[in-house]
Design a protein around this ligand. Sequence first.
Ligand SMILES: *Cc1c(COP(=O)(O)O)cnc(C)c1O
Ligand SMILES: [Zn+2]
Length: 397
Amino acid sequence: METTPGFDGLRCVDCEATFEAATATHRCPDCGGILDPTYDYDAIDVTREELASRRFDSMWRYEELLPFTRDAAVSMGEGATALVECPRLADELGVGAVYIKDEGRNPTGTFKDRGQTVAMTAASQHGASDVALASAGNAGQSAAAYAGRADIDSHVFLPSRAGFTNKAMVNVHGGDMTIVEGRIGDAGAAYDDAMSEHEDWYSVKTFVTPYRHEGKKTMLYETVEQLDWAVPDHVVYPTGGGVGLVGMHKAAKELRDLGLTDDLPAMYAAQSEGCAPVVRAFEEGRDVHEPWDTPDTICGGIEIPDPGASPLILDALRESDGGAVATSDDDILDAGTLVAKHEGVEMGATCAAAASGAWQLAEDGEFGADDTVVLLNTGTANKDADVLRSHLMSKGI
Ligand SMILES: *Cc1c(COP(=O)(O)O)cnc(C)c1O
Ligand SMILES: [Zn+2]
């Protein structure tokens, strides 16, 4: 495999057994736990100056801190997204500065591309002929795109309520799409059935492949570098499966352990009141979530009632001294339209949970007057312009 010199292999987050990446491809062969890429950080020599000398052109500029070489990557120049300063939002929230990390500028319009570029590189390195996943929509679109580029067949299982753009673009990328009546759990069940019938299919599903959170961690590297190495005080993240949140927390610890930074940002999980298993577990002081009975939110990307990695999410929130916040769909859509109106940034409906959550956290007194707050705009509003527009309609606008 075309791995980077510092990449050590995979470690199970449950039983702590370690494995070689060439042979362990998905969950822990011993206990079924999530595998996490590990590195020999002593052997990794990246400095602020060295990074500054590289073009800001792709997340693969952090190659030393990724498992595979940039040369081997199935890549379309994903990452390297803008960090947009939002002074009016900072005033409204009563903080020193607000920035939006605009992940809508990725090849398929969401940060899912950061996960898929690494997962698809792994699939390609392992010689996969077919990849498969269940997704709420954006990950499926992204996987179909990257699979096409890698000349791998993709099998995408989406719930009927996935957005039109997602469904259309899976077709356009040449993916094999199965639409399952119902929600993400129903799509997941159909995917499970298909996986058991096709032993040669290679999963690129969240936390089944060890590489999606690994790709998403680059959002934090970029953010810190874009802030001239000042670690933001708070990062608010629209949380479904928590892949990005877990990845960014890992990245913050890596930067600290490499001596590039001193602090960790406080990580916050923002969810919709219609599906908030992580917020409930955080508030109840539990180490693991309980599945949400009747998920119902307009925020499809975070309508994840049973996030399997919740122990990792809750650890990240507590270890970073962050928190969790849920707001209503109505408030979320209000926040999304307000950000578009006041700052120009086009936040997807799901992503607006981060803005709405930040408002709530500000009201709760969680932020200081000089603090820097980063909101993750995980995907472009183009994909749900209809949702945002009809929200205005419901207000008579
Ligand atoms: C998938 C998705 C999320 C949730 O991501 P996780 O990292 O799994 O929590 C948030 N926003 C958008 C737009 C998404 O597509
Ligand atoms: Zn294990």
